[in-house]
Design a protein around this ligand. Structure first.
Ligand SMILES: [Zn+2]
Length: 57
């Protein structure tokens, strides 16, 4: 089994390491386990996260 690539990503808000898999795709949502912030994957090369804004108000 090949070692997983280093996909450690940090939460843009608090710097905590996000638990990501190799299967992230554009449009996926990632929750920070530390601060609970949600981010959307907006690009893969390079991997880019944007704050996810819940439009329900
Ligand atoms: Zn965070």
């Amino acid at each position: 089994m090949a070692p997983a690539p280093d996909l450690a990503r940090e939460c843009p808000d608090c710097g905590a390491e996000l638990d990501l898999t190799e299967a992230e795709e554009v449009g996926d949502l990632v929750d920070c386990p530390n601060c609970g912030a949600a981010f959307e994957v907006v690009a893969l090369e390079p991997f880019t996260l944007a704050p996810f804004v819940d439009e329900e108000k």
